[in-house]
Write a protein that binds this ligand. Structure first.
Ligand SMILES: Nc1ncnc2c1ncn2[C@@H]1O[C@H](COP(=O)(O)OP(=O)(O)OP(=O)(O)O)[C@@H](O)[C@H]1O
Ligand SMILES: [Mg+2]
Length: 243
């Protein structure tokens, strides 16, 4: 056994610019297998941009992203899915005219695991989609579209799962349920980055958080400690007042 956990993902000094604006401004952090890392920060702090860079939607303008010790910054999303990185979207984007089952089958076919059997029935049952399996995605509620997005990502059998505000819009019972499922996934060895504004949810599931502001990390550690740091408190209060 090695004394240090293996680093599955290493983000180092990543910069992402939109015109002259630095959405990410030297972001660095790492994630290990089986770890649930929270990525928190006020609106516009760069959380989704970080997920977009790690999942290959955008290439970083500077810095590096490595996965399983290989550089992957700027690699296309479909290649990253094959390597084992997949994500959900802040606003889910299933294929609306396809059924739930077909959406999951497409993900499986194009994903990392197309040569392995897909436990479709189990997945749909576990994520409360069995009764809508043959309905088009456009018929689903917002919460069902979110869980479908998660099941599509899981169907590709990722090693690193990026969840962008999966819990937003869920009721307390659904939050408890999805928190339990996320923890179970991590216990199986999956590394999970959770972007979320709901601090109770973050506290319930994360091992560690990165607090972001203006494209940078301003804190790394447990949420319990984060809330005692004046700069962190100020950033969140400032964000609320600005909203
Ligand atoms: N494609 C883009 N083009 C131009 N600006 C962008 C683009 N994507 C993000 N930005 C800007 O980058 C900044 C960071 O946005 P991002 O979506 O990463 O924030 P966030 O932390 O996810 O916010 P929220 O909590 O509201 O989802 C914002 O100012 C946003 O307007
Ligand atoms: Mg966002």
């Amino acid at each position: 056994m090695s004394p240090e956990p293996e680093r599955l993902l290493e983000v180092s000094g990543v910069v992402k610019r939109f015109g002259g604006f630095h959405a990410l401004d030297g972001l660095s952090f790492h994630v290990s297998p089986g770890e649930i890392l929270g990525l928190v920060g006020p609106n516009g702090s760069g959380k989704t941009t970080a997920i977009n860079v790690i999942s290959g939607l955008y290439a970083p303008d500077a810095g590096s992203v490595s996965f399983l010790r290989s550089p992957v910054g700027g690699m296309a999303s479909h290649k990253l899915v094959h390597l084992g990185i997949n994500r959900t979207f802040q606003v889910p984007k299933p294929f609306m005219s396809l059924t739930v089952k077909q959406n999951v089958e497409v993900a499986h076919t194009y994903g990392n695991a197309s040569d392995k059997a897909l436990p479709m029935a189990d997945l749909l049952e576990r994520f409360h989609l069995a009764e809508v399996a043959n309905r088009p995605a456009s018929d689903l509620t917002n919460v069902q579209q979110k869980t479908l997005d998660l099941v599509r990502a899981l169907a590709t059998q990722p090693k690193l799962l990026l969840l962008d505000e999966l819990a937003a819009g869920l009721n307390p019972t659904e939050l408890d349920w999805i928190a339990g499922e996320i923890k179970t996934l991590a216990q199986s060895g999956l590394a999970i980055i959770v972007v979320e504004h709901l601090m109770g949810f973050i506290e319930q599931i994360t091992d560690r958080v990165i607090v972001m502001n203006a494209g940078k990390e301003i804190f790394e550690g447990t949420l319990a400690v984060a809330v005692t740091v004046p700069e962190v408190v100020e950033v969140f209060l400032g964000g609320e007042h600005a909203a």
